[in-house]
Design a protein around this ligand. Structure first.
Ligand SMILES: Nc1ncnc2c1ncn2[C@@H]1O[C@H](COP(=O)(O)OP(=O)(O)OP(=O)(O)O)[C@@H](O)[C@H]1O
Ligand SMILES: [Mg+2]
Length: 349
């Protein structure tokens, strides 16, 4: 077999456009009747990187992924993946991509192993190669023990890992992950992130859609923020985070009378670069905008050193709503329910 063939599949033609880009999207438009799901989207994903596409419900994320997977035809604009045009070269394009959809795609009645074997066979692998690939991927995604059990008996995280394994069977050069952890608990979410990081370590280019800032932060190097079918911001994570403004430390003293003295104390303390604290009288809490771990440590230290009873102390990551608010000046106009600012973590004090 020639050097360009991996178990019967055509290997990713390294760089047919010579551009170093795995995905190029220009002016993509897609309507569903009256709905403009995509309204002139431009996007570039460099080879070997993770592009996070961030947006609320209905932003057009799945529509974009479906067009880039050749499952939908655009109304206007162009898109190439690994140099292949989505409209003119769908067959070649499908050979270099993997897709883990928003909704689980495995057959629940079949055991994990059978699922992978079947997909391998659908991708034209020989019986032997399909078997070997199923074994290899189950091992890789820590599912060997559960290989013979029906997927219906798997936990949410195991199912998502099986989905990822399924999308990797054809050795994709470009992998689309459409909201891969929506609905998973935080621990399981972390497991999935670890797997994705490992795949990226192997050189796979990833286009990840998500509604979670934290997920984007964990996995993506670049972000494209979409809202109502339009790109409203793009750039590096740090760039966007700086625009959004970091975390907020929320301190709730047991005695609301302590709110203003605490705020004054923090402002007088002169913690480097710490922006002014505000008082949320309704919530009975102090809000301290935090940009660094050092500021967090210093602020928590100062509050606890005061020796008063604290009812709660939490940090809040910027929510998707806050990102939109700061980028566009208006709240994300999600037609359905947008996840609330639920990225709260307790700070050990
Ligand atoms: N098959 C369809 N028929 C009609 N309208 C559709 C169809 N699919 C999507 N839409 C509409 O197109 C817009 C974009 O939908 P899309 O599924 O791409 O958004 P999304 O960003 O993936 O949202 P979510 O986060 O909820 O998955 C929405 O207004 C949606 O209601
Ligand atoms: Mg979607």
């Amino acid at each position: 077999m020639g050097g360009d063939t991996v178990i019967g599949m055509t290997r990713y033609d390294k760089n047919p456009t010579g551009a170093g880009r795995a995905v190029t999207v220009r002016g993509l438009v897609k309507h569903y009747g009256e709905t403009k799901a995509l309204d002139g989207v431009d996007l570039d994903v460099a080879e070997g990187t993770v592009m996070g596409v961030l947006g609320p419900n209905g932003a057009g994320k799945t529509t974009l992924v479906r067009i880039l997977s050749t499952l939908l035809t655009p109304d206007a604009g162009q898109a190439t993946v690994a140099g292949y045009d989505v409209v003119r070269q769908p067959r070649q394009l499908r050979r270099v991509i993997g897709l883990t959809g928003q909704y689980a795609s495995v057959d629940e009645k079949l055991p994990g192993w059978e699922n992978l074997y079947m997909i391998g066979r659908l991708l034209d692998l020989s019986r032997r190669d399909a078997r070997a690939r199923a074994d290899e991927l189950l091992e890789r995604f820590s599912l060997t023990e559960a290989a013979r059990r029906p997927a219906a008996t798997y936990s949410g995280g195991m199912r998502r890992r099986l989905d990822l394994a399924a999308s990797m069977i054809g050795h994709p050069a470009v992998l689309y992950l459409d909201e891969p952890t929506t609905g998973l608990d935080p621990r399981t979410r972390n497991e999935v992130w670890d797997e994705v990081k490992a795949m990226v370590g192997d050189g796979v280019t990833v286009l990840l859609t998500t509604q979670y800032m934290e997920e984007a932060e964990q996995l993506a190097s670049e972000l494209t923020v979409v809202d109502r079918g339009k790109v409203i911001a793009k750039g590096g994570i740090e760039e966007l985070k700086a625009k959004v403004g970091g975390r907020t430390l929320r301190v709730k003293p047991a005695d609301p009378g302590e709110l203003r003295p605490l705020a004054a104390m923090l402002d007088e303390l002169g913690i480097t670069g710490l922006a002014a604290t505000t008082v949320d009288t309704d919530g009975g809490a102090l809000l301290v905008p935090i940009l660094s771990d050092e500021q967090l440590t210093a602020a928590v230290g100062a509050v606890t050193a005061r020796g008063i009873t604290i009812a709660s102390i939490t940090t809040e990551l910027p929510s998707l709503d806050e990102v939109f608010l700061s980028l566009t000046g208006h709240r994300a106009g999600a037609p359905q329910d947008t996840p609330a600012a639920d990225d709260r973590e307790e700070v050990a004090v």
